[in-house]
Write a protein that binds this ligand. Structure first.
Ligand code: TYD
Length: 342
């Protein structure tokens, strides 16, 4: 099998490639990544060194580039992890989110159809469902996204649906929960707070920290995507979650403990996401479990080992947090709340 994985220099995509190399060593894996701000060559260093993975630099919206890779390497299937993924950035400007998450998916779908590929897995998110006060999102829950990011992911999901209906393009969707683990760009809650606390810097908790997220480790998420690639039914969506709901305050407590820092570094800030801040995510995952997949990691121990990974791998994240573009975003977004504590 010749597999193309897009977005492999990113967080979940890189875990997926590592997993595929380990459990399907006879597959040939091609990876395409634009190496935008959150994609990182060093994240791929281990699997690019093993010789079984071929790297291509480019964007998923580039029809010529994707077609050349597919035709030049007899690609059979594509899994798309490439995305703009940070809600806070999308609230500053949503345009790049639509380019990658909607136009990029549309382009990949066209290439899949034109070259009659066997399968396209689109990696999406539970955030397309919006927020849920009680109960759980199922795959039948109507989508109701609340941020420019989640709206752009929903647009990609709808393009998948439309291509399946119109052309019978063999599409399968996954919708994962909040994912954590090594190699996550330090802008999301866990790596942002972990890297700041390790440095002894203050962390901005939005509002009272009561929001609930359903967390899943990146290795479990990657295994769920592989299971869907191999066993999912075309035209279907599958939730990938761990039935593991935690408030942001609970996550913060573990972060403080593991970094040895105290409450004095926590600043409760006025919620910068305002009405777009989803209060709770929770997914039913029976559909994928009925196909024979279940998550394996225990949450608290794997959250602790993730924080330890950030303590031990400063050489991975220090160049990122020292990058002027990263610092400019942090200043622009958090400057008015943190002032001198930035
Ligand atoms: P995040 O990791 O950005 O993921 P998502 O928006 O996809 O859920 O945020 C997780 C939660 O953490 C969310 O409720 C917002 C909150 N949060 C903070 O309180 N402070 C922060 O600096 C960040 C980045 C997030």
């Amino acid at each position: 099998m010749n597999l193309l994985v897009t977005g492999a220099a990113g967080f979940i995509g890189s875990h997926f490639v590592r997993l595929v190399r380990r459990v399907r060593p006879d597959w040939t894996v091609h990876v395409l990544d634009a190496l935008t701000y959150s994609g990182n060559g060093t994240t791929m260093a281990d699997f690019l060194a093993d010789g079984g993975v071929m790297f291509h630099h480019g964007r998923i919206e580039d029809h010529t580039k994707v077609t050349e890779i597919v035709q030049g390497n007899q690609i059979h299937q594509i899994v798309n992890f490439a995305a703009e993924s940070h809600n806070d950035r999308s609230l500053v400007s949503g345009s790049s989110f639509l380019v990658s998450n909607a136009m990029g998916v549309e382009n990949l779908l066209n290439v899949v159809r034109e070259n009659q590929l066997q399968r396209f897995v689109q990696v999406s998110t539970d955030e397309v469902y919006g927020t849920i006060a009680e109960g759980q999102f199922t795959e039948e829950t109507p989508i109701a996204p609340n941020t420019p990011y989640s709206a752009s992911k929903a647009a990609g999901d709808l393009q998948c649906r439309a291509h399946f209906k119109a052309y019978k393009t063999p599409v399968v969707l996954t919708r994962g929960g909040n994912t954590f683990g090594p190699f996550q760009y330090p802008e999301k809650l866990i790596p942002f707070f972990a890297t700041r606390l390790i440095q002894g810097k203050h962390v901005p908790l939005y509002g009272d920290g009561s929001q609930i997220r359903e967390w899943i480790h990146a290795e479990d998420h990657a295994a769920g995507v592989l299971h869907v690639l191999e066993n999912g039914l075309v035209g279907e969506a599958y939730n990938i979650g761990d039935v593991n709901e935690r408030t942001n305050l609970e996550i913060l407590e573990v972060l403080l403990e593991e970094t040895g820092r105290g409450q004095e570094l926590v600043i409760n800030i006025e919620d910068p996401r305002k009405g777009a801040h989803d209060a709770r995510y929770s997914m039913a995952t029976d559909k994928l479990q009925a196909l024979g997949w279940k998550p394996e990691k225990e949450f608290i121990p794997s959250l602790r080992s993730t924080i330890q990974w950030y303590r031990e791998n400063r050489d991975w994240w220090e160049p990122i947090v020292q990058d002027p573009q990263y610092q400019a975003f942090v200043k622009q977004y958090y400057g008015k709340y943190l002032g001198d504590l930035l």
